[in-house]
Design a protein around this ligand. Structure first.
Ligand SMILES: O=P(O)(O)OC[C@H]1O[C@H](O[C@H]2O[C@H](CO)[C@@H](O)[C@H](O)[C@H]2O)[C@H](O)[C@@H](O)[C@@H]1O
Length: 278
């Protein structure tokens, strides 16, 4: 990853006819604008519609990769494995593939650790006015969107000390510090999903030589999305889109959610034209 660098708008023209395509995307900051209340976000309607259309096409797999837990992600997005969309929740710690049952809950050790995170997190936000705690399936999030930089820094330091005491690695995001009982990454989870989809179903020799049979389209705005850009950096013909400013390992950049939405609509239109409806 280098410092913030100018990157081109993505060229996704080849993906319309890609023999096998995975379209995956981050949620907050990529499909849904930020809000102070994490449960009050509303994703871009045109982007969600385009993802539904893509999921209905042959040889096209759609996935959301998010820090949200899978149930919250399904509720807020309106997309779910029942509708053919795979969910990679809890930063990859929860994997609910389309066509499969919802994954099991936490084991007893994980549940005990999460309980300690909740107790510690509640004490921290009580000491930092204006911050609040989001309790999720696999951990907690210390939110600092509405406080001063001084309070944000203070709650982050306290969160890091809590993480150290509990023996976990804290994750930083946009005005959030998260503690999770599961160590994983979006890149790792997406790699597992793509591998599980198998090789080119048509077994075309020319295609097999060029790539293992699939192409990836992915967009994300935050630090945790970098694991996907890094994991798939060498994947042929993949489109890796950084949303907004910041250092990135992505190969293209757009400024915000309206552009992500336009790209998804353009991709759905072009792929429907090329492949026809399912
Ligand atoms: O991986 P993502 O889909 O980007 O999820 C990352 C975190 O997003 C949420 O926090 C962010 O959005 C909130 C609502 O707009 C905002 O208040 C907060 O400042 C942002 O960091 C979510 O609340 C977290 O649980 C996710 O891990």
């Amino acid at each position: 990853m280098t410092a913030t660098q100018p990157l081109p708008r993505p060229d996704q023209s080849r993906l319309a006819t890609a023999p096998r395509l995975v379209v995956a995307t981050d949620f907050d900051g990529t499909l849904a604008p930020f809000r102070d209340d994490p449960l009050a976000v509303v994703p871009d309607a045109a982007a969600i519609d385009a993802l539904r259309r893509l999921a209905a096409l042959p040889d096209t797999h759609v996935a959301l990769a998010s820090g949200r837990d899978v149930e919250t992600l399904a509720r807020l997005s309106g997309l779910s494995p029942r509708g053919g969309v795979s969910l990679l929740g809890s930063h990859g710690g929860q994997r609910w593939w389309a066509g499969h049952a919802q994954p099991a809950g936490l084991d007893p050790d994980e549940a005990a650790l999460r309980e300690a995170m909740v107790r510690g997190g509640e004490a921290l936000v009580a000491e930092h006015p204006g911050t609040h705690l989001e309790v999720k399936f696999a951990g907690v999030v210390l939110h600092s969107r509405t406080v001063t930089e001084e309070i944000e820094e203070s709650v982050r330091q306290a969160g890091r000390r809590l993480a150290e005491r509990l023996g976990v690695e804290p994750m930083l995001g946009k005005n959030v510090l998260e503690l999770s009982v599961r160590r994983s990454s979006k890149g790792e989870a997406l790699r597992e999903l793509v591998d599980s989809l198998g090789e080119d179903p048509l077994h075309r020799p020319d295609h097999a030589e060029r790539s293992p049979g699939w192409n990836l389209w992915f967009a994300g705005d935050d630090v945790t999305d970098e694991t996907v850009f890094t994991e798939f950096a060498d994947a042929p013909d993949s489109v890796l889109v950084k949303v907004g400013a910041g250092a990135t390992a992505a190969t293209s950049r757009v400024t915000g959610i309206p552009e992500v939405s336009a790209l998804l609509v353009e991709l759905a239109d072009a792929r429907e034209d090329a492949l026809g409806p399912a």
